[in-house]
Every structure is written in structure tokens, then in C-alpha cells.
Ligand binder design. Sequence first.
Ligand code: GSH
Length: 221
Amino acid sequence: MIIVHHLEDSRSQRVLWCLEELGVDYDIKHYKRDAATRLAPESLKKVHPLGKSPVIEDRGQIIAETGAIIEYIADTYGRGAMKPDAAAPGYRDYIYWMHFAEGSLMPQLLLKLFFTRIKETKMPFFAKPIAAGIANKVLKSYVDPNLKTQMSFINSQLADRAWFAGDDLTGADIMMSFPLEAAQARGALGGFSAINAYVDKIHERPAYQRALSRGGPYSLS
Ligand SMILES: N[C@@H](CCC(=O)N[C@@H](CS)C(=O)NCC(=O)O)C(=O)O
């Protein structure tokens, strides 16, 4: 049976959701974040050298990186679901959004998170305006405009389709769910009605709800 090494409040929630959508049996090994640093515990490095989540074990293999895991699950257990056929019209979109999630959107969201945190970090009083000045410059000149462009693009794409690759839920939706949920939780989706409706639609799915109740804490704010 698949074992999911699942870190609370993290990207690995997507793997649970994917498995629930497909009705695949799995076990969860739960990991808690460090209360102060919010990093994963050292014990995850015993599973995979990078010590990040998600990682799955199946059929004697250790598989890391969410996109690789979702592809593996679709190929091994999908029976045609979760991934369009290579000749199908939605295939290029499927590939695009599978990669966009971790390759383009997550880096911008992480930059936003880290540069915002710099402003809130404890430091000597004289350093605070300097740190805040640098953080604001990066946010205003680079991160915020990029995020706005990305969100506008995503919103326009979702306005005329049910799911990222067309009429059916695929791994591309599983991958995009986490960054869009994080953006919604941090109040970054104001005005992007198609994205908000899409995230709400995901949250209503019974498989998503089952994954939430099995996964435990999932807070992204
Ligand atoms: N691109 C990787 C990112 C993995 C990753 O950074 N996971 C986060 C969870 S959201 C993690 O393990 N963070 C804890 C840490 O960095 O110590 C993936 O999608 O699997």
C-alpha cells in the first residue's frame, strides 16, 4: 500500500486529495512542523535526503517532488483519469499547468511570503527601516507586479473552462490547488473571481473533504 509522508499545513495535502479522487488505498505517516521555524522535522531526511514533503513509498520505490508523485499516481493508478491522453486536446494545457504550479507560481508566492516576513522579523530598531525599505522595494518592483500578472492570466484561463486542462479534473488541478489556496488564504485573490470560484469548487468536492479529514491540520494563512 502507498505510504504518504505527510507534513502538516503543506503541499502534501495535494497527494492525499489525488489519492482520494482515485479511490486508492494509502497510509499516512504524519510529520509536524517545528513550532518556531515552521521547518520539517529532521526525521523526514531519513525518508529522502532533501527532507521535504511530500514523499511517497510504493512498490519498493521512494518518490519525491509533488509533480513527479502526481504523475506516478496517475500513470500507476489512474486508469485513464487524472491525465489526458497525449493525443487529447487538453494534453498541452495539462503539461503547462503541471509545471507552472511549482515552476512559476510557487516561487513568486514564496518570495512574497519571505519578503513580507522580513518586515515583521525582530531586529535592532535602527536596522528595521533599512530591512523594510529593501523588502518593500523588492515587493513593489518585482514580486507584486509578477503575481498580479500571473493571477490575471490564471483568472482569464479559468473564466472559460471547468478545469485547467478542459472539462475533466486532472493532475494539473491537483498541482495548482496548493498555490491558489495559499493565495486565497493570504487575501491575494481580491478581484480574481474565476480563481476564487475555482478554489471554492475544489473545497466542495467529497474527495477533497475526505483528504482534509485524514490529513489533519491544513492552514495556509
Ligand atoms: N517543489 C517541491 C517542494 C517541496 C517543499 O518545499 N515542501 C515543503 C512543504 S510545503 C516542505 O517540506 N517544507 C518544510 C521545510 O522546508 O523544512 C514539491 O512540490 O514537492
